[in-house]
Design a protein around this ligand. Structure first.
Ligand code: SAM
Length: 344
């Protein structure tokens, strides 16, 4: 099935389709493009990613974009080999400025500021710590993620991938960070699509990264040479400024301790013309216009520490405040996919 949508001015288009593969029965999915009054956008998605897209692979590789999370200077790999899933175990990277070294373990490269710390540990808010629990990491792709379609209007990974490809068209062939990838359901789709020169599966949870590693090991002909697993905090991204073509963050913005610190970091690492695409939950309507409800929402946010109820206007403001332009979104119930670009 091909969905092709052209939007001009205030025009709102609502194609309806059903998702083919799900564990649970989804509600019919409606896509609404709600562009700003002055915008003109064209989004085209196809079931087979390589059908209509000619990809020119760029020279972007891991070794020239990975940076020390302490001083943001580039990291030097001690060996001549190219970093990949297979070469990460035992590989050593060193910061040319602070001289700190980072050593790859069996599954991933730990590029958090506390990497290598012997006695210091730092608990994160519950929305981050929850996903570090081994059982949650195990269950994530075995039922947990599927519930987002039931109560949140998420169309499911394959359809989300199709939708985001429309936004990612200008940066196909470049490198992509799948930020807060969990067990890598989208990272693996990105890698297998062949649409990117390098896929960085990034998450704060060691157990999620381990799950991702195990899924990859079970797959035949997985393109491991263009794939690395990195542990990092979204508010301290281990990449050189302006070195990344695309950042995807699926169902994660509401889990981040500070969405503004995270989006500012994403904006820092994106190169001019680079694209940010994310999905999250949205809550507006009466919650934005009735003063009592909007105060209630603010209080819930403070108590829970979760940003699960941002409005479209807040999401656009967040992107703009972090230096990203051309905000666009696709909505379905509580589900929203947003995209914004680093200005050229
Ligand atoms: C609901 S999962 C989303 C996973 C996946 N992207 C998807 O679309 O299903 C949220 C992820 O955000 C990650 N996360 C939470 N706080 C983080 C932080 N401070 N830095 C990086 N990742 C974080 C969690 O570990 C978890 O894997």
């Amino acid at each position: 099935m091909a969905i092709s949508v052209a939007v001009t001015g205030m025009y709102t288009l609502t194609p309806t389709f059903r998702h083919p593969t799900r564990l649970f029965s989804p509600a019919p999915f409606t896509t609404k493009f709600r562009p700003r009054a002055s915008s003109t956008t064209f989004v085209e998605t196809q079931t087979n990613p390589t059908d209509s897209i000619v990809v020119e692979k760029s020279a972007s590789r891991s070794s020239n974009s990975l940076a020390c999370p302490v001083c943001y200077d580039s990291l030097t790999l001690s060996s001549d080999s190219q970093l990949s899933v297979d070469t990460i175990p035992g590989s050593t990277l060193q910061c040319s400025t602070c001289q700190k070294t980072y050593v790859g373990n069996r599954t991933h490269l730990d590029l958090t500021t506390t990497s290598g710390a012997k006695s210091y540990g730092e608990p994160m808010p519950a929305s981050t710590e929850l996903f570090r629990v081994p059982l949650i990491s195990f269950l994530y792709e075995r039922g947990w993620r599927q519930t987002f379609s039931i109560w949140g209007g998420f169309p499911g990974p394959e359809k989300e991938f199709e939708l985001m490809k429309g936004f990612l068209k200008p940066v196909l062939g470049g490198n992509i960070i799948d930020a807060s990838c969990a067990s890598g359901l989208f990272s693996r789709l990105f890698a297998k699509s062949g649409l990117f020169s390098l896929v960085v599966a990034l998450d704060y949870s060691e157990n999620m990264l381990q799950q991702c590693y195990e899924f990859i090991q079970r797959e035949e002909n997985f393109p491991k040479e263009n794939f690395i697993l990195v542990r990092a905090d979204i508010s301290r991204l281990p990449f050189v400024s302006s070195s990344v073509d695309a950042v995807h963050a699926g169902a994660a913005l509401h889990c981040w301790p500070s969405p503004s610190a995270a989006v500012a970091e994403i904006s820092r690492v994106l190169r001019p013309g680079g694209v940010f695409v994310a999905t999250t939950y949205i809550l507006d309507g009466p919650f934005t216009v009735i003063p009592f409800l909007s105060t209630l929402r603010q209080n819930i946010r403070q108590v829970s520490g979760s940003y699960i109820s941002l409005s479209e206007r807040e999401l656009e403001d967040l992107c703009r405040g972090c230096g990203l332009v051309g905000f666009k979104c696709i909505r379905n119930g509580l589900f929203v996919m947003i995209s914004a670009t680093k200005p050229n």
